[in-house]
Design a protein around this ligand. Structure first.
Ligand code: FAD
Ligand code: UDP
Length: 418
């Protein structure tokens, strides 16, 4: 078993130094006698939120393990060699309609206002995506002047689809085959290794078409970035005397060595059960990070490349997200792939069916709860994972409250009997 003692384990200047802020994260030297109320697998949003709530809300002793060398899961950010703050696992933009989730996270971070805008390279033009009136005017050299005109134009392109089930159906029924092929088909085939006709409609529905000129990627009420980055936010969340953390540690290495009452598992659910019913498909990505000796590379944080001949799906430039001022800039190319770390559950009927079998099995294991994007095989955004973890906490809290009440009643009864 590994002891986490060195601050250097997190390769971010944010985490460097011997600040007391980081104290609890690295003091852990668990041994066979260590005992915890909860063992939490995964230090991403799911694991960190539930760890914080259990520690701070219910005074539980919690051990969080992660096989990666850092906290934050896929949202982990760090300063690269050039000193540019980048996201190791691709661009993460916080957006939500939930005031409750914003309020909760605001306990651990201040925010930087940021509205995400994305461009797509289509037919050698750089155009706004989601498709909006400006996209249509530029692409077709039109002068659609109102929402009504744009709606009529799209209606003339749209093709009727009887039963809208797939990611192809949903787009074609709204904007027709031509726009579908330019903006969605190639991107989706690269991203998922599947044709949109093989994917649930929820995948491409994430990018709706607009008839107005709103060129923001998201329309949520709250759109912002943690002011000092995600890792800083996670550090604040996990900085509690009841929380201990082991990094570089797979759950399987320590499961028989640490005593705990309940396990919360935020890793892949099929892996937990040794792939008993077969592997749940996850889509992987390879990230190629580059630093350039120029202040800016592209006009917006993300440019998409739907053309199937180009092997990557998008290029992200972080300074747009973080507001960092730096003479250099760092960018990331995303290359989808079949192998590597699991990043995306693949939404399609046969995978839901397979997941249901695992879920049924999971329901029979009474001292384990599955949580998060990998643990519940859900294509969730960060805010949804936070919401899921807070909901789990509410259930645990209510149960703890009920047990206390039951204990009180029993005590009262025995007092009365005396
Ligand atoms: P994760 O962040 O995956 O954390 C799970 C952790 O468990 C990992 O750190 C892993 O190492 C650890 N683990 C797994 N198995 C084990 C084991 N056996 N032992 C020890 N540790 C283990 N969401 C948004 O809201 N906005 C965005 O802009 C956005 N962009 C994204 C871009 C990309 C490229 C990707 C892949 C996702 C994006 N997301 C975005 C989604 C977001 O990353 C997830 O919603 C969120 O990170 C899920 O948190 P989680 O804790 O469930 O899982
Ligand atoms: N998509 C597309 N073209 C684009 C952007 C998105 O075809 O320019 C499709 C693609 O299938 C993608 C899905 O819409 O996987 C959802 O896009 P989103 O940006 O939400 O993906 P994520 O940020 O989760 O990778």
């Amino acid at each position: 078993m590994r002891d986490i003692t060195a601050l250097d384990d997190i390769s971010s200047p944010l985490s460097g130094g011997s600040s007391t802020r980081m104290r609890n994260l690295f003091e852990l030297k668990p041994n066979r006698t260590a005992s915890f109320d909860y063992l939490i697998v995964g230090a991403g949003f799911a694991g960190s939120v539930i760890a914080e709530r259990l520690a701070a809300g219910l005074n539980k002793r919690v051990l969080v393990v992660d096989r990666r060398p850092h906290i934050g899961g896929n949202a982990y950010d760090f300063y690269d060699d050039a000193g540019v703050l980048i996201h190791r696992y691709g661009p993460h933009i916080f957006h939500t309609n939930s005031q409750r989730i914003v309020d909760y996270l605001s306990r651990f971070t201040q925010w930087r206002p940021y509205e995400h805008r994305v461009l797509a390279m289509v037919d050698s033009q750089i155009l706004p995506i989601p498709i909006n009136r400006t996209t249509l005017n530029k692409l077709y050299d039109l002068h659609l002047a109102s929402d009504t005109e744009a709606a009529a134009f799209l209606a003339s392109k749209a093709e009727p689809v009887g039963d809208i089930k797939t990611s192809e159906d949903v787009v074609i029924s709204q904007i027709g085959r031509e726009l579908y092929e330019k903006f969605f088909r190639g991107y989706t085939r690269k991203q998922w290794g599947l044709d949109p006709s093989q994917l649930d409609k929820m995948v491409t529905s994430r990018v709706p078409t607009r008839i107005n000129t709103d060129d923001r990627y998201f329309t949520d009420t709250f759109q912002k970035m943690p002011k000092h980055g995600y890792t800083r936010m996670f550090e604040a969340m996990l900085n509690h005397p009841n929380i201990q953390i082991m990094l570089n540690t797979d759950y399987r290495e320590i499961r028989s060595e640490v005593a705990y009452h309940h396990l919360i598992y935020c890793g892949p659910v099929d892996e937990f059960f040794d792939y008993r019913f077969g592997e749940l498909p996850y889509r992987c990505l390879k990230f190629e990070h580059r630093t350039l000796d120029q202040e800016q590379f592209q006009r917006v944080a993300v440019v998409n490349y739907p053309n199937e001949e180009i092997p990557y799906t998008r290029i992200s430039e972080y300074k747009h997200l973080t507001g960092q001022v730096h003479a250099k800039t760092s960018i990331t190319y995303e290359f989808p792939s079949d192998d590597g770390d699991p990043y995306y559950p693949v939404p399609r009927p046969e995978n839901y069916e397979l997941y249901k079998r695992y879920q049924k099995l999971a329901d029979t294991v009474s001292n384990v709860t599955f949580l998060g994007r990998l643990g519940t095989y859900k294509y969730y955004n960060m805010d949804q994972v936070v919401g899921q973890a807070l909901a789990l906490y509410k259930r645990i809290e209510a149960k703890a409250g009920a047990e206390v009440m039951a204990g009180d009643t029993t005590e009262q009864r025995s007092n009365t009997a005396q």
